[in-house]
Design a protein around this ligand. Sequence first.
Ligand SMILES: [Zn+2]
Length: 274
Amino acid sequence: MAEGVNVFISADMEGTAGVTGWEETQPGHLLYPRAQELMVGEVNAAIEGALAAGAGAILVNDSHDGMRNLPPSAVHPAADLLLGWPKRYSMAEGGRGHDVALFTGYHAAAGAPGNLAHTMTLHLVEVRLNGRRASETLFHAGLLGVWGVPVGMVTGDEVLGEHVAELMPWAVFVPVKRPVSLTAAVNLSPERARARIREGAREAVARARAGGLRPLVLPAPYTVEVVFTEQDRAARALTCPRSERVDNSTVAYRADDFEEAYLAMRTLTRLGTA
Ligand SMILES: [Zn+2]
């Protein structure tokens, strides 16, 4: 770490302060440019905080939807920017080999009472890992954990905060909004959200330097279950080799290896969305 801490930032959009509805997270919507501006403001705050604590190289992985949301010329010039799709490891792509990962704009899992809560797609009720509700945060932190990369900070709404505190007590959580319903929330002003994220990122990178973070290691074996909103979605997901039918709307996959369980989750959710 003599050359500074190598920082990986995975940036989603739904957990950004000021973004509360599905439509505005989609390119083409009237409010999408506003959501982009809010998203990049939080990403830049994380970069500034990381730099203040001695970050070296910084890679930002655009992790929302088509993964081309961050306007390159608006991103802090200290960071490299991973844009585009498809990516085998999605929100964790590019994270291998870094000293610490920071998740910005993340959100609660499908089935949880968070603002814009979902897991990979809107067409499912819940994803479970070993019988418990699982989030995008859990799956991507688990994948980074396989690579030995700890998550040092997560930002999003208060419901996500409870999940992060349970899953990764060593990580800084920065709440930027309080859910009122699935598509409503009380938001911090962008200025205050960014100030807290700047401070959270600084603290996370300082913890990384001090050896105070742990990679998330989820114990094997792994059973992934995806509960779809409609039976025909489950039927389509069942075309995945080695998947198993649990009931009309639920498909399971068992693996001894976390990367395989992760890729199965991606495959099942994608097949069921098609
Ligand atoms: Zn997203």
